[in-house]
Design a protein around this ligand. Structure first.
Ligand code: VGL
Ligand code: ZN
Length: 204
């Protein structure tokens, strides 16, 4: 069984949002078209409390995109984004949600960030996404959404570690930083994952 994971296709990551990914809006049509080829479609949703420690605003004298040590983990600081129940945390109005059978929220604990849809960044807690997919007999996981070099990358990396055949659909994602995404793609390939295009999905 094949699953499509729609990662964080939320207003704050789209042009005009608080942590806008350049050209992020260009993926939505592709993400909509892809859904019909999958047995299971799920979404992740970045869902932070207002005092989340990944926000630069929570650290005196720090600015967005500074990198600090947070409880022993490297943490990039972000503009406030995807605050629980805010408009910025809502899914894009253009994103088809009819086939989305479950939503996995993440980043709810203020002390630790959570890029992957499977685990927080310290792998301290699970979202149970892996067990959910296994319960649906999913063997192959395809990842799209925002941002390519953060939540899409970490979701794909954990999918591989959980034993799923893992694919990042390149035209279904956009990075914050292109060089970061190039390194991420190399890492995913070195771990046995694949970088494909949406046209490849139709051939499988
Ligand atoms: C993300 C930075 C902070 C993402 C989430 O969805 O890639 N990036 N929170
Ligand atoms: Zn976040």
């Amino acid at each position: 069984m094949k699953a499509l994971i729609l990662v964080d296709i939320q207003n704050d990551f789209l042009p005009g949002g608080k942590l806008a990914v350049p050209h992020g809006n260009e993926i939505v049509a592709t993400c909509n078209q892809l859904q019909q080829y999958f047995d299971v479609v799920v979404a992740t949703q970045d869902w932070h409390p207002a005092d989340h420690k990944s926000f630069a605003s929570q650290h005196e004298g720090r600015a967005p995109f500074d990198v600090i040590d947070l409880d022993g983990l490297q943490q990039t600081l972000w503009p406030d984004h995807c605050v629980q129940a805010s408009e910025g945390a809502e899914f894009s109005k253009e994103l088809e949600m009819e086939k989305v059978e479950a939503i996995f929220r993440k980043g709810m604990e203020s002390t630790i960030d959570s890029y992957s849809g499977f685990y927080d960044n310290g792998h301290r807690k699970t979202t149970a996404l892996a067990d959910y997919l296994r319960g649906k007999k999913v063997t192959d996981v395809y990842v799209v959404g925002l941002a390519a070099d953060f939540c899409v990358y970490f979701t794909a990396k954990d999918a591989l570690a959980e034993g799923f055949a893992t694919f990042i659909v390149e035209d279904g994602t956009r990075p914050i930083d292109m060089a970061g995404f190039e390194a991420a793609k190399d890492d995913i390939r070195s771990k046995g994952g694949s970088i494909i295009s949406s046209a490849d999905v139709l051939k499988k």
